[in-house]
Design a protein around this ligand. Structure first.
Ligand code: INI
Length: 146
């Protein structure tokens, strides 16, 4: 019965779209209705990882979701402001989670290059699957302890 919100960055969507498909596959195999008409899952696309916190905050405030998953990919080789984007995304997501009491999974890959990102998005292992499992665990745990 968990309701899951996914906030996903379009920047590096070659990678983030793969994370999303791993995520959806895992949620579906664990009984979440992932069809178009589902009321158990919503997906919001944002321009980049920097925008993940503000949209997560809006979704968290709706009170509709048991857990949020943020998906992004920040690749060091591509940008001199890697550290800024990663720091703002991670600090922002952590503070939204604490302030709203909603578990938010940090599914932002931070890699040195595209090859490492591809390996984590499906070539070797799809971390989107792991983020979905962590979301199911945290969504259930927070329901149980609150
Ligand atoms: N956003 C990402 O999600 N990944 C990146 O690697 C990245 N790079 O390379 O700069 C990136 N930048 C965009 C940023 O997240 C914002 O969308 C943009 O600055 C507008 O606020």
């Amino acid at each position: 019965s968990l309701k899951v919100g996914i906030v996903i960055a379009r920047f590096n969507d070659l990678i983030t779209a793969k994370l999303l498909s791993g995520c959806i596959d895992c949620l579906s195999r664990h009984g979440i209705d992932v069809t178009e008409s589902s009321n158990q899952i919503d997906i919001a696309w944002v321009p980049g990882a920097f925008e993940l916190p503000i949209v997560s905050q809006e979704l968290a405030r709706k009170g509709k979701y048991d857990v949020l998953i943020t998906l992004g990919a920040v690749i060091r080789g591509d940008t001199p402001h890697f550290d800024v984007v990663v720091a703002e995304a991670s600090k922002g997501i952590a503070s939204v989670s604490r302030e709203t009491g909603l578990p938010i999974i940090f599914g932002v890959l931070t890699t040195d290059n595209m090859q490492q990102a591809l390996e984590r998005a499906g070539i070797k292992n799809n971390l989107g699957w792991s983020y979905a499992l962590q979301a199911l665990e945290m969504g259930s745990l927070m329901k149980a302890v609150s």
